[in-house]
Design a protein around this ligand. Structure first.
Ligand code: SF4
Length: 272
């Protein structure tokens, strides 16, 4: 009887794993505005209201007009969106924001309004990896938020294993590292040794704005400026913490499983 009940329950519930990236992703939660867009052409001359309210110095005024906004230093508080009198900074609702270089995360440079999404690893490395990517997670002074969202990817709703991606216990069994946290002085040597233990060729992925740039601890003598202070980073995933969808998108992008297609965020009900 128990087995019959279990089977009936399973049949009624159906498959609980989201079919992203084949289907449309679920909308981000209301409190998560997604990535940012900077339209410097809308900025008034010598206006720097947004830079004044940014708690992490992610925004820098340009010489005459407009600003640059470093998504790698952003904690997505939306203070700049509210402060901008011209509506030049907006939230896009887009979960995608992983990039291959720090420069690609700087909006407002060279007329770029949105993040330049990560291209795939080169074909030779992808062919070496095949259909499997084993990653060792190193929390280098992380607060636990990024680690929690990485754990979410292993649950039934996400099932990251279906893409051949797996978090493993030993760096010797890994193809690369996932690093969280700004890299505290106490974790510097541990991170270096773990990196050295991963066989070549290997990759490093910085997850969360702390690992990307060290914010919000920048300047504290007890922390470094993120994962790239110790290892060469191949993928930067901003967010404080990044939504699991942002992390999944970044990993799939790195493996060449996604294109740079346009994305229309699912519609949200108007705010009450
Ligand atoms: S959303 Fe990001 S860039 Fe804007 S004020 Fe907050 S931390 Fe600064």
């Amino acid at each position: 009887m128990f087995v019959l009940d279990t089977l009936t329950h399973r049949l009624k519930r159906g498959c609980e794993t989201m079919d992203y990236p084949k289907g449309a992703p679920a909308a981000l939660p209301d409190r998560h505005g997604g990535s940012l867009r900077v339209e410097s052409s809308k900025c008034a001359e010598r206006c720097s209201e947004c830079a004044g309210v940014c708690p992490t110095q992610a925004i820098m005024p340009r010489a005459q007009k407009g600003v640059t906004l470093d998504l790698g230093r952003c904690i997505f508080c939306a203070a700049c969106v509210e402060a901008c009198p011209e509506g030049a900074i907006t939230q896009t609702g887009d979960h995608r924001m992983a990039a291959r270089t720090r420069a690609d995360l700087v909006l407002g440079e060279e007329g770029r309004e949105e993040v330049r999404l990560a291209p795939a690893l080169d074909a030779k490395l992808r062919s070496l990896l095949g259909r499997s990517l084993k990653l060792r997670v190193v929390s280098a002074g992380g607060c636990g938020a990024e680690e929690a969202d990485l754990n979410v990817l292993g649950t039934i709703g996400w099932d990251i294993g279906r893409f051949g991606i797996q978090f493993v216990a030993s760096p010797r069994h890994a193809d690369g590292l996932v690093i969280t946290g700004p890299v505290s002085r106490g974790m510097e040597l541990a991170l270096k040794k773990t990196w050295d233990a991963v066989p070549d060729p290997k990759i490093a992925i910085a997850v969360g704005s702390s690992a990307v740039s060290g914010v919000p601890f920048t300047g504290n003598p007890e922390v470094l400026a993120g994962a790239s202070s110790v290892v060469p980073v191949d993928l930067y995933i901003p967010g404080w913490p990044p939504h699991p969808l942002t992390i999944l998108d970044g990993l799939l992008r790195l493996l060449g499983r996604l294109g740079n297609d346009r994305f229309t965020p699912p519609a949200r009900p108007p705010a009450a």
